[in-house]
Write a protein that binds this ligand. Sequence first.
Ligand code: ZN
Length: 366
Amino acid sequence: MRLGVAAALVEGQVVPGDVEVEGGVVAAVGASPAGRAGLAVPGLIDVQVNGLAGVDFLTADAAGYQRARQAMAAAGVTAFLPTLVTSPADVCKAALQQVGLAQHAPGPRVLGAHLEGPFLSPSFKGAHDERWLRLPDTAAADELCDAGPVALMTVAPELAGGMDLVRHLVERGVVVSLGHTDADAAQAHAAYDAGARAVTHLFNAQRRFTARDPGVSGVALTRADVSVSLIADFVHLAPETVLAAWLAARHRLVLVTDAVSAAGQPPGAYPLGSREVVVDGHSARLADGTLAGSVLSLDQAVRNLASLGVPLADAVHAATAAPAALLRWPDLGTLHPGAPADMAVLDDGLEVVRTLVGGAEAFAAS
Ligand code: ZN
């Protein structure tokens, strides 16, 4: 099957010509004749998404996952980590079981869960419900990880037992990200030396970056072994902050949405775990004004990054190869002969017009 595109973004280079798909993998790029329009890019990967399209992954059933997947595919997303906010252990375990079931359904791939909590700092809880936060506890972490496929966990390493937890999770094969944390630079370095590999939503819900106290964000931006995830909605971060982060992190920058169920929905009140968030079309906030996730889509995040003058290939990298590298899925987030045919087709305005997962059509603009 030919995609009918004019060009493809192949390992960071625009290669004119069509893309051929066979047996669920990319068979050829640069095929002649080229289509009239459209740029094929690797499918986008979102490592932090609480929900969207009216679906909250904390309570979603199979039908909810299906609705969420359709909305993801419309944004060019071909793989994601359903992200679970801090919640009672039984609620979290039930949601993790659903994540496990969702891994077997068609559409954008569920690569595992991102557990954001419960081992977070009460000082930087953000929109997390303080009642369910707890101190790091490897046995409690094991119970959660045994309940379903946990791919990534956000933790605050400075809490009592935090470093033990980081080491324990790394040993278990869980990717550790530091977030909702008061860690200073020394504590952040120690956690990264112990195997943590990312910072969760840079500059948000963490010790503030100042001249002599750079905190986890300053450390993450300067370490070559750390991925820097951020929410490029221009609400959580000013455009200049996003650009500064990209200039520092480059290929380590990971775009995430941190979207909540209200993403893609009309303004109103929507659930986020046990809380209610009010959405105005640009942001999602608790009643007291605290930002509670976003209403961002990942394709919009790519367009936002590109709007700052970041080359398109690099903006796409931040939503494809960079998250794939963090999750240690080197086959995903890349487009070349032999790779899985997980792709999005963009028009001249970088809008998604078509999405394929494993060569199967997951979205086509009408
Ligand atoms: Zn958060």
